[in-house]
Design a protein around this ligand. Sequence first.
Ligand SMILES: Cc1cc2nc3c(=O)[nH]c(=O)nc-3n(C[C@H](O)[C@H](O)[C@H](O)COP(=O)(O)OP(=O)(O)OC[C@H]3O[C@@H](n4cnc5c(N)ncnc54)[C@H](O)[C@@H]3O)c2cc1C
Length: 292
Amino acid sequence: MKPAPFDYYAPESLADAIALLAKFDDEGVEAKILAGGQSLMPMLSLRVARPEVLVDLRKLAELHYIRDEGDTIAIGSMTSKRAAEESALIRERQPLFHDATMNIGHLPIRAHGTVGGSFAHADPAAEYPAAAIALDMQMKAVGPDGARVIGARDFFVTYLTTDLAATEVLTEVRMPVLAPGTGWSFREISRRKGDFALAGAAVLLSLAGGRISDSRVVVFAVNATAVRLPAAEQVLRGQAPGEALFREAGLAGAAEIEEPIADVHASADFRRHLVSVVVARGLAEAQSRARG
Ligand SMILES: Cc1cc2nc3c(=O)[nH]c(=O)nc-3n(C[C@H](O)[C@H](O)[C@H](O)COP(=O)(O)OP(=O)(O)OC[C@H]3O[C@@H](n4cnc5c(N)ncnc54)[C@H](O)[C@@H]3O)c2cc1C
């Protein structure tokens, strides 16, 4: 099928893009931002989305960057996932985000799709929202009333829905560098390499005196948004790490998930089981990388 007709604009600056979005909003015209098009174009072609106007951000060179800001890494929203994948800064200083990137689709998808597009699209099975919640990332949005910063916990609202207003552009995502001594893991289970995950986990683990001093366990592809699993973290707190403990944490995490997604790919029970497995494996991997 072909997309329904739409008008196309390719502004040369962020200010112009926001002015266009504000103008169409005032006029009651539905306008959508186009970034890499890897999610939006299929939705247009299937006519799941039928905006009257597309505002393409491709010419906005000001949103293409990866910056070292000391203990923070800032990424412009129009940076490709491929650029994030190739960044030595990200690979060395925030390897969880690097590993999340490597799990996204296939190389052509990562070459065309943008970092910001994945956050704004908010697919429940996408890797970046889980990384964002695990890392307490911050998202910067700019609209007609200026800029605001939204924490990951408030940014992802539900299935394909974020806190962004129709007149706002996500301009930047910010993440802390990995704390010294902290182990990480980003893993997923999918039918084939490159497919969307059936279940996945982003895990951080810190050790002190041979015991687990802190942990972060986030899973994705099982609810409308990626979710943190406090029950799993509670099992780990203050304990000596080991396979039996990680299995117990995986089971506790799986048990606390309310109504896992059930679809043609996996039943709710199977997804719950996958969560217990992927969390336990992720914890073991994070432990092997933690120094403490
Ligand atoms: C075959 C295939 C496999 C894929 N596999 C995966 C996968 O395994 N994991 C995964 O996470 N993704 C996967 N994707 C999706 C891919 O990662 C997309 O690139 C991503 O979801 C959207 O990024 P984009 O730049 O293409 O955004 P677009 O498709 O252009 O836009 C997506 C949505 O975000 C909005 N948007 C985009 N940028 C902004 C912005 N800066 N500010 C405000 N709103 C904005 C758009 O209006 C639109 O609603 C796959 C896609 C395909 C086609």
